[in-house]
Design a protein around this ligand. Structure first.
Ligand SMILES: O=C1O[C@H](COP(=O)(O)O)[C@@H](O)[C@H](O)[C@H]1O
Length: 230
């Protein structure tokens, strides 16, 4: 069952996400475990990452991955990794976490293959992330899995190349739905009234939007009341 946590505003939703991540990271630290976290890009989670960086004291055991990446140079403002680097790694109060960036941004197939191999080397042939944070596009995409795009149907590899994405930039890579479903904890963050319609579809299990196909693999939706008036 998916828990829905609807909070007064985006700031409160981001704080909830930061708290969830911080407590997951702290539990793993106590158990002496490495923790593999896949993060959302885009604009909504930026504040959650700032709050997390300000509250977290130790990142030694944390590996950050990208749930999806835009195929752009490392220093391009559209790069999801650049956002994570700025808001978490550069703000970290201790040695920063390991951030796994993509390579071959100019060749999406090679980028997807290499990132998939890196994930398999770290987590085995059927990779299980400890924590996945997903976003939600106005068109109902999550990570870089867009409604009706063939990449959203990819099942075999952990990572798929996405060409011709309807939202720029057109070339991307994305974790595939089976990997998102298998994660130990998967949270979706959505804020703003422009996310209301796609979020309704996700919560109704509408398979026309990729996150609507996560089923029981989606543990919690954290949103503001603009996205989910209830
Ligand atoms: O392009 C992307 O969009 C989604 C949603 O982003 P937002 O700006 O509406 O929060 C994001 O989850 C994804 O990681 C990103 O590449």
């Amino acid at each position: 069952m998916t828990v829905i946590t609807a909070l007064p505003d985006a700031e409160a939703a981001c704080r909830r996400v930061a708290n969830l991540l911080a407590s997951y990271i702290a539990d793993a630290r106590q158990l002496g475990n490495q923790v593999n976290v896949a993060l959302a890009g885009g604009s909504t989670p930026r504040r959650a990452y700032q709050l997390l960086a300000d509250m977290e004291g130790s990142w030694d055991h944390v590996h950050l991955w990208l749930g999806d990446e835009r195929c752009v140079p490392d220093d391009d403002p559209e790069s999801n990794a650049l956002m994570v680097e700025e808001e978490i790694c550069k703000r970290a109060r201790a040695t920063p976490p390991v951030l796994h960036r993509i390579s071959h941004y100019d060749r999406p197939d090679d980028a997807a293959w290499a990132y998939g191999m890196e994930i398999i080397e770290a987590m085995g042939p059927e990779p299980v992330f400890d924590f996945v944070l997903l976003g939600l596009g106005e068109d109902g995409h999550t990570a870089s899995l867009f409604p009706g795009h063939p990449a959203a149907a990819a099942e075999v590899a952990p990572v798929v190349a996405v060409r011709g994405a309807p939202k720029p930039p057109p070339d991307r890579i994305s974790l595939t739905l089976p990997v998102l479903r298998r994660a130990k904890k998967t949270i979706l963050l959505a804020a703003g009234d422009e996310k209301r319609e796609p979020l309704d579809r996700v919560l109704a299990g509408d398979e026309g939007v990729p996150p609507g196909r996560l089923g029981a693999g989606l543990d919690e939706v954290v949103c503001d009341v603009a996205a989910h008036p209830g």
